[in-house]
Design a protein around this ligand. Structure first.
Ligand code: THU
Length: 132
């Protein structure tokens, strides 16, 4: 799937967002190593810290379907004219499952591919824990 198609799928997911508080709708698409796709949107909560990011929902969906290796995650937002880079916590969630590339769009709608290692340098991951 092309990067533009993944971003389009992320936008479709964003349209399903539950974001009555921020009014900032975000969508994410996980492309797993086995080629399967999973989507998620942000799910807000009146108790604000209980909000789930779109990436967390998409990763949770993938992992709960058995995925353990993610190749690519695309992120898109529908509101505002800013870029939609993943938050710090979501970068760490991506790191857990070996995500290699993150696709975002710029204000003009062009897609950009980033290495997760650039977005989360000197990261801590599963290999950094002693084996049980
Ligand atoms: N949000 C995401 O879904 N992903 C991110 O990486 C950044 C922020 C959502 C959370 C909240 O619903 C809204 O955007 C504003 O922070």
């Amino acid at each position: 799937m092309r990067d533009e198609e993944l971003i389009e799928a992320a936008k479709t997911a964003a349209a399903m967002a539950y974001a009555p508080y921020s009014k900032f709708r975000v969508g994410a698409v996980v492309l797993a190593a086995d080629g399967s796709l999973f989507t998620g949107s942000n799910v807000e909560n009146a108790a604000f810290p209980s909000t789930l990011c779109a990436e967390a929902v998409a990763i949770g969906s993938a992992v709960s379907s058995g995925v353990r290796k993610i190749d690519v995650i695309a992120v898109a937002c529908l509101d505002g004219d800013q870029n939609c880079f993943p938050c710090g916590q979501c970068r760490q969630r991506m790191r857990e499952f070996g995500t290699e590339k993150v696709i975002v769009t710029d204000k003009a709608g062009r897609t950009h591919r980033h290495d997760l290692s650039d977005l989360l340098p000197h990261s801590f991951g599963p290999e950094d824990l002693p084996s049980p």
